[in-house]
Design a protein around this ligand. Structure first.
Ligand code: HEC
Ligand code: HEC
Ligand code: HEC
Length: 465
C-alpha cells in the first residue's frame, strides 16, 4: 500500500495508518514546497485508491417527520432566509415543477445529474431524515443512506453554515408541504457514476469546517464573508474548477468561470468591468439586480439576486463590502465612476466595416439601446458600453442575452428584453455580436469563434432560428 501511494503521489509513507488526514497533510506539504509536477496525475490515482480504502459510510436510521409545531415561528423564518441565501429552490425545482420537488438537470463534464426532492415526503424526499442525517449531508456530502453526493450540490460551501443556521434550515424545510415525486435517475459515465469515488475527492478537496471569523476584520466583513462563502456559495459559480470539478484556489479564486453556458465574471481586481466597481455599486447591483454604472444581473445571477432580496439590507451590504475587498474596490467613488462612464460612452462610435451587424442593431436593438436617449420605461437604462459582458474575453453572455432575452422577474427595477432566437439567424447574431464588440468595447480585441459559440448556445437551449 505504501508503494502504491508513493507511485500515485510521490509522497513516501513509511508506516500505516494511511489516514486521510495524513495523506492530505503530506500532499499539502508537497504543494507548499511548490513541487506541483506530480499533483494532477497523482490526484486521480489517489482518488480511486482512497475510495477503496474508505470505510463504508453508515446509513442513518429513518425517523418520523418532526411535528411542525416543534419549532418556533422565528426559527422557521430564520431557516427560510438561509434557504433564500442558499438558493435551495433554484436548484431543487425543475422547470415548471413544484418548488423543491427536484428533478432539475445539471450538465457536468461527466454526464447529467438531477437534483433531489427536498420536501418532507418520507419516501421520495427528506421527510424521514433526522437532523443528524440532514447535517451530515449538508456538511459532508453524504446522503441519509450513506451514499456520497456529488459537489454539484454545493455542500463544500454549506459546510460553513453555523449550527444555529443549519438547525433553522432543517426546521424550515420540515415545515414545508410534502410532495411525493421521485427524482429521475442520473446519467453519469463510468467511473464518475461510482459514488464512493467521492470519498477520495472529499479528502483532497473538501474541508468540513464551519466558518471561522477573522478577528482582524470588522464584524461587517465577517458577516459578508460568512454569507458569501457559506450559504451564498458565490464561489461555486465565480471560481473556475480544476480537472476534478473542484474549485481552484490561490490566484484563480473568484477569477471567473463558465456556468450553465454563462460566464460568471471575475470578482477580483482582474474584473473586466469598464467602469470600476465600488462597494456602493456592488450593493446596488446585489440589492436591486442592476447598477447605474454596470447594467443588469441576468442569466443565472438573476435568481441569486431574487434570493438576496429576501435578506435584510444589512446582510446584502455586508456581502457588497466583502466583495469590494476581494476586488480592491473603493467604498464609493461616484465622481471617478462618472468620469470613466463618460469616457466609455465617448469612445463608442460607429465602427467601419460592420455594416451587416449595424443594420441588425438599428432594426432590432436601437429602439431600446439608443445611446444618449433618455431612459424610457421599456428601454435599457445603461448603455452597453458600460456592460462588463461586452468587455469580457468571451462573447457567451452577450449571445445568451440576445438569444434568450433578459428576464429579471422578482427584482424591482429590472427591465425586460425579448428573446431574439426566433427572429435572428445565426449569421445575423454573429454579425451583430461583432458589431457590438467593435462599437461598445473599441479598445478590446475582436472576439474569435463567435459563429461557433452562437450555434453551440442555440443547440444547448434547443432554440431554433
Ligand atoms: C447549485 C445547485 C444546488 C443548490 C444551490 C442546492 N442544491 Fe441541494 N442538491 C443539488 C443536487 C444536484 C443534488 C443531488 C446530488 C447527488 O445526487 O449527488 C442535491 C442534493 C441535496 C441533498 C441530498 C438529498 C438526498 O436525497 O440525498 C440535500 C439534503 C440538499 N441537496 C439540500 C439542499 C439545501 C438545504 C439547499 C439550500 C441551502 C440546497 N440543497 C441547495 C443541487 C443544489
Ligand atoms: C448560479 C451561478 C451564480 C451564483 C451562485 C452567483 N453568481 Fe454572480 N454572476 C453569475 C453570472 C452568470 C453573472 C453574469 C450576469 C450578467 O451579466 O447578466 C454574475 C454576475 C455577478 C456580478 C457582476 C459582475 C460584473 O462585472 O458584471 C457580481 C458582482 C456578482 N455576480 C456577485 C455574486 C455574489 C456576491 C454571489 C453570491 C451571493 C454570486 N454572484 C453568486 C453567476 C452566479
Ligand atoms: C424592448 C427593449 C429592448 C430591446 C428591443 C433590446 N433590449 Fe437589450 N436590454 C433591454 C433591457 C431593459 C436590458 C436590461 C439592462 C438595463 O436595463 O439597462 C437589456 C440588456 C441587454 C444586454 C445586457 C445583458 C446582461 O445580462 O448583462 C445586452 C448584451 C443587450 N441587452 C443586447 C441587446 C441586443 C443586441 C438587442 C438587439 C438584438 C437588444 N438588446 C434589444 C431592453 C431591450
Amino acid at each position: 500500500m505504501a508503494n502504491a501511494l508513493y507511485d500515485a503521489t510521490g509522497v513516501r509513507f513509511r508506516s500505516p495508518p494511511f489516514s486521510p488526514a495524513r495523506v492530505r497533510a503530506s500532499l499539502q506539504a508537497r504543494r507548499d514546497r511548490g513541487k506541483r509536477r506530480w499533483w494532477w496525475a497523482g490526484a486521480l490515482a489517489v482518488t480511486g485508491l482512497l475510495a477503496t480504502l474508505w470505510p463504508w459510510r453508515a446509513s442513518l436510521a429513518p425517523v418520523s417527520r418532526p411535528a411542525t409545531n416543534l419549532y418556533s415561528a422565528e426559527t422557521i423564518e430564520r431557516g427560510r432566509l438561509v434557504a433564500e441565501a442558499g438558493d435551495c429552490a433554484v436548484c431543487h425545482t425543475a422547470e415548471e415543477g413544484l418548488t423543491n420537488v427536484g428533478g432539475r438537470p445539471f450538465e457536468t463534464p461527466f454526464g447529467t445529474l438531477y437534483s433531489t426532492n427536498l420536501t418532507p415526503d418520507p419516501d421520495t424526499g427528506i421527510g424521514n431524515w433526522s437532523y443528524a442525517a440532514f447535517e451530515r449531508a449538508m456538511r459532508e456530502g453524504i446522503s441519509r443512506d450513506g451514499r456520497h453526493l456529488y459537489p454539484a450540490f454545493p455542500y463544500t460551501d454549506f459546510a460553513k453554515l453555523s449550527n444555529a443556521d443549519m438547525q433553522a434550515l432543517y426546521a424550515y424545510l420540515m415545515a414545508q408541504p410534502a410532495v411525493a415525486a421521485p427524482a429521475p435517475d442520473n446519467d453519469l459515465r463510468f467511473p464518475f457514476n461510482v459514488r464512493s469515488m467521492m470519498a477520495g475527492w472529499n479528502t483532497l478537496f473538501h474541508r468540513d469546517r464551519t466558518f471561522q471569523p477573522d478577528p482582524a476584520r470588522s464584524p461587517q466583513w465577517n458577516r459578508g464573508a460568512y454569507l458569501f462563502e457559506g450559504a451564498g456559495h458565490c464561489g461555486a459559480c465565480h471560481t473556475p474548477r480544476n480537472l476534478f470539478g473542484a474549485e481552484k484556489t490561490g490566484q484563480a479564486r473568484l477569477a471567473g468561470a463558465l456556468v450553465d453556458g454563462w460566464e460568471a465574471p471575475a470578482l477580483t481586481a482582474d474584473s473586466r468591468a469598464p467602469v470600476a466597481w465600488t462597494e456602493e455599486s456592488l450593493f446596488q447591483y446585489l440589492r436591486t439586480g442592476r447598477s447605474d454604472f454596470h447594467g443588469v444581473a441576468g442569466g443565472p445571477m438573476a435568481p441569486v439576486v431574487a434570493g438576496l432580496a429576501e435578506l435584510p439590507e444589512s446582510d446584502v451590504r455586508a456581502i457588497a463590502h466583502y466583495v469590494a475587498t476581494q476586488m480592491d474596490a473603493p467604498a464609493s467613488a461616484t465622481e471617478a465612476q462618472q468620469r470613466q462612464a463618460r469616457e466609455r460612452l465617448a469612445a463608442s462610435a460607429e465602427p467601419v466595416g460592420q455594416e451587416a451587424g449595424q443594420r441588425v442593431f438599428d432594426g432590432a436593438c436601437a429602439s431600446c439601446h439608443a445611446d444618449g436617449a433618455a431612459a424610457s420605461f421599456t428601454g435599457a437604462r445603461q448603455s452597453l458600453a458600460l456592460n462588463t459582458n461586452l468587455h469580457s474575453e468571451r462573447p457567451d453572455n452577450v449571445i445568451q442575452s440576445i438569444l434568450g432575452g433578459v428576464h429579471v422577474e422578482g427584482v424591482a427595477g429590472g427591465g425586460e428584453m425579448p428573446a431574439f432566437s426566433h427572429s435572428l439567424s445565426n449569421r445575423q447574431v454573429s454579425d451583430l455580436v461583432h458589431y457590438l464588440r467593435a462599437r461598445f468595447a473599441p479598445g478590446e480585441t475582436p472576439w474569435k469563434d463567435v459563429g461557433r459559440t452562437v450555434a453551440e448556445i442555440r443547440r444547448e437551449h434547443n432554440q431554433q432560428p
